[in-house]
Each structure stands twice: as C-alpha cells, then as structure tokens.
Ligand binder design. Structure first.
Ligand code: 6PG
Length: 258
C-alpha cells in the first residue's frame, strides 16, 4: 500500500535544500533512463526559494538544463508579462539564469479563451510527454498547498476535482482574483514523483488535514494526490507542522496511506 512521506526541515531553506537534492536525484535517474527530465513547476510564492537555489552557481552546475522539459502545473489566466503570472515567476527566478533549450520550455498559453488555452496546453503535454494510463506523465510534479488545501488551481468544491478524462482544464475559482488553468488530478497522479512544498503556520491546518487518515478531496483538494505509479512526498518546515502530533513527528510516523 502506497503512502505519503513527510520530510520536515527546521526552516524553509532547509526544506528547499532537501527538495533540490531530491530533484537532482530524480533528474539524474530520468536522464539515465530516458535521456531527459520533465518537470512541472509550481506557482505561488513558496517555491521561489527553491528556484533561486537551483539558479545559484553551486546548483546551476549540477543540472544540464538543456535536458530539462519545463512545464507549469497551473497558471493565472493573465498576460505573460503580468506580475501574477506563475511562468513569469519561474522564468525570472530560474529560467533566465540557466541554459534551458527554448524548445523544451512550455508555458501555459493565456492569450485566447480560457478553455481554448487549456485545450492547447493539454495538447502540448500529450504530444511532448510520455503517457501513463492515458495521461501525460512528467518525472516530477512540484506543487504547493494553499491554506484551504488547494493545490495547483484545484480549489475546494471545484468540478475539476472530479475530472477523469482531461489533463488540463480552465477554472474560475470563486475566491481567486483571476480565472486559472490547471492540471487535473489524473494528470498529477500520472507523475513519477509528486512533491508538495509548503511552509509557515498558515498552512498547518491544511497540512494536518492532508496527512489525516480520513478526509475528502472535495474538502481538501490536495488529498486527490495519489500517484498511480510514483511517489508522493510532502516537504515542509516546522511551522507548517504546528497541528501535527509532535510525538508522531519524532517517531517519523506522520505518513498517510493513500
Ligand atoms: C498558484 C499556485 C497555488 C500555490 C498555493 C500556495 O498559482 O498560486 O498554483 O496552488 O501553490 O496557493 O501558494 P504559496 O506558496 O504562495 O503559499
């Protein structure tokens, strides 16, 4: 029976360092196995620290970015230069500072109708990635966690949580300021590795619900993460563990069977 593994760093920087090491390990294995490493990058604020670390001189030398396929797990439906754009954030913190092959960089299009842009991105993923169970499969899907338990742009109560056929959909979250385009649960669960990186006590409630033995995906969308043939790891800082049982933490048994 598969389970979600929890890795706790004392600080965000320590958590980010662990994710960088894991990313490098999965990159090395993927390049050895199939000559490339395909990764879907998370948006939001938390992963900025990871992307900046990966762009630092030490880390930049460890990864041949020309072998990396760059995807984005979700996007705000705004112009590419908009400060709210996730891809703009990934580009500024990382891609502009490493030697990627432009043909391997796949931002989510946001210049036409929401559903047309979502369908176009699905087509891109399906034609450039290997597949698993009818879904495009990345080597590493990096995700964040919202205080309400959303991940990518899968928000509580969203119809996208029940999607079984499409890999990418457009959504209009009632509490988000913009429409969004997001990977769906089956696309997330086709990944070889799914990593949720989260930090801060504002996420403690969502993290506790994510790791709880019982709960629903509708209430806590990140509970939809259950890779079909891959590993699920949550990496966080101590502040995000505020609602977890310290005894269980110390014994390393804060993991949930999927
Ligand atoms: C986005 C992300 C979103 C994010 C969480 C956590 O577009 O904002 O896809 O899912 O990962 O909201 O965001 P923070 O890391 O900024 O807390």
């Amino acid at each position: 029976m598969q389970q979600v593994e929890l890795i706790v760093g004392s600080t965000l920087d320590q958590a980010v360092g662990w994710v960088a090491e894991m990313l490098h390990d999965r990159y090395t294995k993927a390049v050895k196995a199939h000559g490339r490493f395909d990764m879907a990058f998370a948006g939001g604020g938390t992963p900025r620290a990871l992307y900046s670390l990966l762009a630092s001189p030490l880390w930049r030398a460890k990864i041949d970015w020309s072998r990396v396929g760059v995807y984005v797990g979700d996007e705000r439906h705004v112009p590419t230069g908009d400060p709210r754009s996730n891809f703009r954030m990934v580009r500024e913190t990382l891609l502009d500072r490493v030697l990627v092959s432009q043909g391997n960089v796949h931002p989510i299009p946001t210049s036409t109708r929401l559903e047309d842009d979502a369908a176009a991105y699905e087509q891109t993923m399906r034609t450039t990635l290997a597949g698993l169970d009818g879904m495009p499969r990345v080597d590493l899907m990096l995700l964040g966690l919202g205080p309400d338990g959303h991940t990518a742009s899968l928000f509580p109560g969203s119809r996208a949580l029940g999607e079984t056929e499409r890999a990418v959909v457009g959504v209009s979250p009632p509490d988000a300021p913009t429409e969004r385009i997001t990977v769906t649960p089956p696309a997330i669960n086709a990944a070889r590795d799914v990593v949720v990186l989260t930090a801060g006590n504002l996420k403690a409630g969502a993290l506790a619900k994510l790791l709880a033995a019982e709960g629903s995906c509708a209430e806590l969308p990140a509970r939809c993460i259950a890779p079909l043939d891959g590993e699920f790891t949550v990496v966080c800082d101590l502040a995000a563990c505020e609602h977890l049982d310290r005894q269980a933490l110390r014994q390393g048994i804060v993991t949930r069977r999927l």
